[in-house]
Write a protein that binds this ligand. Structure first.
Ligand code: ZN
Length: 83
């Protein structure tokens, strides 16, 4: 048996095992890795017309729990200041 062929077969088997686990927890919904639906939409600083306050910390917004680094409708993204 070719060593490389055996490694490839082994890797494929492991991948199949991981997919089987993923399917079991996806409750029948097709896996769609590319959509990235769990990422909150970032709301960057829109300039002078943007009257939101800057986030005081990278911690989640107290009102909507969006990370301070992303910004949300309540605050502009947190900017780390080197001081
Ligand atoms: Zn918010």
């Amino acid at each position: 048996m070719n060593q490389l062929a055996q490694e490839i077969r082994e890797a494929a088997r492991e991948r199949e095992a991981r997919l089987a686990i993923a399917r079991r927890f996806s409750h029948g919904t097709p896996l769609d890795i590319s959509r990235g639906a769990s990422m909150p939409v970032a709301m960057p600083d829109r300039g002078p017309g943007d009257h939101r306050p800057y986030a005081m910390s990278p911690d989640p917004c107290p009102r909507c729990a969006t990370r301070g680094t992303l910004g949300c409708q309540h605050q502009k993204p947190f900017e780390a200041r080197s001081s």
